[in-house]
Each structure stands twice: as C-alpha cells, then as structure tokens.
Write a protein that binds this ligand. Sequence first.
Ligand code: ATP
Ligand code: MG
Length: 445
Amino acid sequence: MSNQESSQYNLTTIPRSQHQLSRKQISEAALKVLYRLSSEGYRACLVGGGVRDLLLEKKPKDFDIATDATPEQIHGLFRNSRIIGRRFRLVHIRYGREVIEVATFRSHTDDSPKNELSSEGRILRDNTFGDIEDDALRRDFTVNAMYYDIDGYSVLDYANGLADIEARILRLIGDPATRYQEDPVRMLRAVRFAAKLDFEIETSAAEAIFQCGPLLTGIPAARLFDETVKLFHSGKATRVLELLRTYNLLQYLFPALDEILIAEPSELMLDFIDQALVNTDARINNELHVSPAFIFASLLWPAVHKQAQEIQSDQLKMVPALFQAGGDVMSRQIKHISIPRRYSQMAKDIWTNQPKFHRTQGKQPSRLHGHPSFRAAYDFMCLQTMVGLMPSHLCHWWTEFQKNNTAPVIERQAAEYTKPRPRRRRKPVTQSGNSHSNNTKPNES
Ligand code: ATP
Ligand code: MG
C-alpha cells in the first residue's frame, strides 16, 4: 500500500469502558495464549473474525491472535504448538479440539526480498514481519483489521472498521483491484462475509470483482476446496450461491452447475439445490454435523442427473449410467476444486444409490441399508422427494424401515467412514488451509 493510501487511516483506540467486548466471550484457550504471550513481554491481541464477530454480538468461529513474537519464539513458549504454512508462517496451538492460530505482525511491502509476487501481482509469500499498524493495513477488510489488546483491554481500530461494522459495510483496505490481484481469494471471502454477516459489499470492492474474477483460475485447486467448504458451510449457503452468481464467480468453482443454471434448468432441480442449501444451513445453525461430500453431491447433481439421463438406454440402466456420468462430472470438477477422494467417492456413492431407493422388495433394502454411504444417500433421497424429483412416499418408507432395523447396522456404517486412515506425511498448510479431515462421518439426522 502506498504512503498516500495508508495515511488515510488513523488509529482509533476504544477504551475498555466504551466497548462491549469482554473476556467472558473469549475461549479459555485463546485467553491462555494471550496472557502467556503478554507475561513473556510480547504484544498480544485478538484479531480478525474474533473481534469482528464479538462486536456484532455473534459467536466467533475461531479465535485468531496476532503478536510481535516470531513463529519460533511462539513455538518455544507452547509445547502444544507447531509452525505451519509457507505463504504465511503461523503457529497452531492446540487445546483439545480447539486450535488457536497465532500470527506474527506482518508488513505489506512489495519490495521486500521475503515477499514474492507472481507475474499477475499475486502474493506467493508474505513473511516480512512488521509492526501492528503494518499488520492491520495488510489485512483484507476494514472490519477484519481490529484488535483487542489483552494489555489494557481496549479495541484498536486501524482502518475505521468500527464505523463499517455499524453501517454493515464490507470495505477492502486500499485499492480493491490491487488487493484482489494480490490474493484473488479475497473475492470469495467478500462473498462469504457479505452472506454470513448480512453486510453490503462496498461499491468499488463489488465492481472490481467483475473485472478480477478470472484471476481465480490461478488459485491452487486445494485452496479452492477449503474456501468452497467455508462458503457453503457458512450457515448462509443459499445467499452465498446467489452472490456467487451475481458476481459471475460460480463459473470458477462449479462450471458445470453454472452452465446449467445459465441454460435455465428444470424448476425441480432449482428447488432441489435450494432445498439442499436450506437444509445445510439449518444443520450448521443447529450445530449438527455436515459433510463436504453432501454439498458437492448436491451442487453437482443437476449435471450428473442430466448426463445420466442422456446416456441411459435399454442397454445401460440408470445405476451404471449414474456411475458413468458421476465419474465423468467429478473428474471434470476436480480440475477446479481438488475434492479429497473420501468426499468425491462418497458423493459418487450418494448418486449411484439413488435409484436403489425404489427397490423396496426382498433383500434389496437391507443391502442398501448396509452401504457405508446409506445415511447420506437417504438424506439426499429425502431432499429429492421433498421437491418432487422422487415419489414422496419413499422418504417415509425408508424412515420407517430404519426404525424397524437395528441400530448396530447404522453404527457399523458410520464406523466404515470414520476408520482411521493410514498416516501420511503432512503437507504444509496455507493460512486459510483448514483441514476437514475429521469431517468424514456420514450426515446424521
Ligand atoms: P472466520 O474465521 O469467521 O472465517 P476471519 O475474518 O477470522 O473469519 P480467517 O480466515 O480466520 O477469517 O482469518 C483471520 C484474519 O486474517 C482475517 O480477519 C483477516 O484479518 C486476515 N486474513 C485472512 N485471510 C486473508 C487474506 N486472504 N488477505 C488478507 N487478510 C486475510
Ligand atoms: Mg477466524
């Protein structure tokens, strides 16, 4: 950011008595980290979504901490920590299931040898440490650049974030096109936060998305998987899909779905997608388990269903047609988003199992019931019945069938999908690299 641009921002300090953010709302683990860093003489602040969401009186998804301690110094203080990342080096400190992410204050200078830019201006590495003000101004949105200082409990607002929180505006810090060029994923983050927080994307940041959208083709497919899951597991998936379409971004994530939506799909399929997203939102908001496989199975279903119908014939029955179409659609999809195999396989199983729900005679139901993806396939089938893509009595029939069957069968199926996988060497994770490796259970009801 140029000096001229950064000079438009001034620090506003909101003392403890004038904000409603309190330590009671911060997890014990995050407080432990903050206090430990502070007692060792380091600066330690809660930052990002933790501060933003607490000021909005929402429950934060996680607590991120920023400090002037280097990753090595942080690692030296916490036995339960490890240094991760390449693009950004961070420290993860684990307390049971909770992971606290601690980042060292960074600056945003283009000419530093420790920062690498691609030919399109994308930041490949960003490991130049800086002071807290530098750190604030290299963050994405003004509402994400507020700090809660554990030393004195004030809120530090470097980029007028508080005013934007009040006005419910998502404003990029600096010039939007430049900020998207540095990291095109910020466009997806804009959509996610706009949907999740019910904020308006500020006009220039919104307009630049149309121009910068194609830059998403340069993002590694593994990072797009993480971002896509975050988008559709934000609790506002319906709005997310709407916004992705509004900003012409869906084509970079789900080109097959985008094409079908543009070509005016059947009302039933539109209803199905809608219902799948409403259902996912309801589960997230009720803190029930959701699997990424279900989202991918749902969003790709219009393409798979259409292709299977086209190739189905007297010689090729519906199950093998779905098998073929599912494999084909999936192999095209993973060029854009690298879906881990356990999820892509589960999505394919969900699809090929759909016609089998029609078979309610003889041994067929028990056989289907014993399939490891039965539970997810059943949820999927019930969604299909809700919108009229399958006969409505089937959901009821299978619900009753399960009641009369024994529970251990279901437990055995869940165990199939949750079997520990052989350990592989871990790859470094990027800053946004959230592992979903524990989300392997089939959907529960
Ligand atoms: P949530 O955790 O609810 O998804 P968040 O704002 O905390 O939202 P994180 O991905 O946890 O998002 O990142 C923490 C903070 O790091 C952000 O608030 C932002 O300040 C900064 N940040 C994350 N990703 C980027 C990015 N791509 N560009 C600039 N800053 C970023
Ligand atoms: Mg966060």
